[in-house]
Design a protein. Structure first.
Length: 71
């Protein structure tokens, strides 16, 4: 695929996802009593990912410190 087409398709997908997240949080998207708000779960998932990334970096630093003590 042409690199410019790939960039254009990627931009369209990113803008589409941002628009869907905004529209689902702004307007009332319910189906059979279930609320489809995509922005809140995406934010919770991002915060959880940042938490686990920082936790793993801390564990890695502890292991590196223990390894340096052995030398």
């Amino acid at each position: 695929m042409n690199k410019w087409i790939e960039i254009l398709v990627g931009l369209i997908v990113v803008v589409g996802v941002i628009f869907i997240a905004w529209a689902s949080s702004t307007y009332d998207w319910t189906l059979f009593g279930k609320d489809f708000n995509f922005l809140n779960p995406a934010w919770v998932f991002l915060k959880g990912g940042i938490f686990w990334l920082l936790m793993l970096i801390g564990i890695l630093l502890i292991f590196l410190g223990i390894n340096d003590l052995k030398d």
